[in-house]
Write a protein that binds this ligand. Structure first.
Ligand SMILES: Cc1cc2nc3c(=O)[nH]c(=O)nc-3n(C[C@H](O)[C@H](O)[C@H](O)COP(=O)(O)OP(=O)(O)OC[C@H]3O[C@@H](n4cnc5c(N)ncnc54)[C@H](O)[C@@H]3O)c2cc1C
Length: 393
């Protein structure tokens, strides 16, 4: 088996949004990187995930020269509907905090980032295998992998970044005695669909009901994304299109909404949990994005947190490579402050809107009381609007 070796400044494990955005920002600062991913570009492009970008995520994509498309092909949302107790209540972000979010699918964010890397001659290797890292506390940490032709490669770098998502191998390189992992499991999941239908509403509807939570989201004029709370062990095969529509219509119908229906092109069960690993740096290995933390998707924070991490990481890496010894620890501290705020926000949105399996009538009425307090209080609504549109960096 042939073996090639190369050197670079920063070796990046995982070329999702965090890894590719980091590589892009580093290149703008004159720093070389090599990024690898175990999946092919096509596979990542066709994995449907997040859809809501905070205002700072949009700004980062536009101002760093990754995407203009996000402004013309994306849809500006200046609020959301909170639906409960028989009706809808709009949270007007624009009026409350002078901000909005952008509906722009993660698949498009990825395409824009991968195109930018190709345009700028960035070194990104998709579809690699047998990935490992070594010497993470030494001066020359290494990333090893096999390409699609079976050739082994080794890249020696000054810093390794683990942006390899929620099943990260990099985070396991942190010695058990030095790492802390914080978990919260939830006794429910989301049943997600993509359907070919016109939008049922202009903005997202977060719907609480006695049958459980539903989220009505959009993608384009002809493609929509919707979810309803389900058991984590739910069998997708047991859900015909008719049954899915009946359930979704019942959940939002309780609050006065009617959905536009159409053929369902994808059905998937998405288990979710909250997770953080601390610290986010050990030796010359740092973590970014889902590799270090995951959130339940209710607050639309996962992708935004990944982008926020690497915005800070690019700044601190530049200082580190110029000799500032405190820079990597500063990255971890700065990133974790936002991570824990987002953990709380996502947990709060999740527990306020979902029905626990053992929920009593009291619990459901209490949730309606909380939601009513929120929509009838400028302070409460402003708190939600600030968190949803994204705290200033
Ligand atoms: C099904 C699903 C639905 C979601 N829905 C939402 C949503 O509605 N809203 C929201 O805000 N967030 C959502 N999220 C979360 C959001 O998609 C993530 O937070 C975001 O993708 C994080 O970006 P990342 O770059 O850190 O990780 P990822 O996007 O996971 O990228 C990590 C990359 O690393 C690669 N990789 C993994 N292991 C290795 C390895 N050993 N070697 C090399 N490469 C490796 C993977 O192939 C992947 O491309 C969802 C996540 C999932 C899984």
């Amino acid at each position: 088996m042939t073996r090639t070796t190369a050197t670079t400044d920063v070796a990046i494990v995982g070329a999702g949004p965090a890894g590719l955005m980091l590589a892009h920002l580093l290149q703008r600062a004159g720093i070389d990187s090599v990024a690898i991913d175990i999946r092919s570009r096509e596979e990542i492009e066709n994995t449907h995930r997040a859809g809501i970008l905070e205002q700072d995520s949009v700004r980062l994509l536009v101002e760093s020269g990754v995407s203009d498309r996000v402004l013309c092909d994306g849809y500006r949302h200046a609020g959301i509907d909170l639906a409960f107790g028989g009706g809808g209540h709009r949270i007007d972000f624009e009026a409350l905090v002078g901000a909005s979010v952008q509906l722009y699918p993660q698949t498009d964010v990825f395409v824009d980032l991968a195109d930018a890397r190709a345009r700028d001659g960035g070194d990104v290797r998709f579809g690699v295998g047998e990935v490992s890292v070594a010497d993470i506390t030494g001066d020359r940490p290494r990333m090893r992998f096999t390409d699609a032709d079976g050739v082994r490669h080794e890249v020696a770098a000054r810093i390794l970044v683990g942006s390899d998502g929620s099943r990260s191998i990099c985070r396991h390189e942190f010695p058990e005695s030095l790492r802390r992992q914080f978990f919260r499991e939830y006794p429910f999941a989301w049943f997600g669909i993509l359907c070919e239908a016109p939008p049922s509403s202009e903005e997202l509807i977060y719907s609480h009901s006695e049958r459980g939570f539903a989220l009505i989201s959009q993608r384009t004029e002809t493609l929509q994304r919707m979810y309803f709370q389900c058991d984590p062990a739910e069998d997708v095969a047991a859900w015909s299109d008719d049954r899915v529509w009946e359930e979704l219509q019942a959940r939002v119908g309780a609050n006065g909404y009617v959905l536009e229906e159409g053929p369902i092109t994808s059905k998937v069960v998405l288990p979710f949990r909250s997770f953080v690993q601390e610290p986010m740096r050990h030796g010359n290995l740092v973590l970014a994005g889902d590799a270090a933390h995951t959130v339940p998707p209710t607050g639309a924070k996962g992708l935004n947190l990944a982008l926020a991490d690497v915005r800070v990481l690019a700044e601190e890496l530049e200082l580190h490579l110029r000799g500032d010894e405190g820079a990597l620890d500063r990255y971890a501290e700065r990133a974790l402050q936002r991570v824990w705020k987002a953990q709380h926000f996502s947990y709060w949105m999740t527990t306020m809107l979902h029905r626990l399996p053992e929920a009593s009538d009291f619990d459901v009425r209490r949730q309606v009381g909380e939601l009513t307090s929120l929509v009838t209080s400028t302070a409460g609504s402003t708190y939600l609007a600030e968190g949803y549109t994204g705290w200033p960096s």
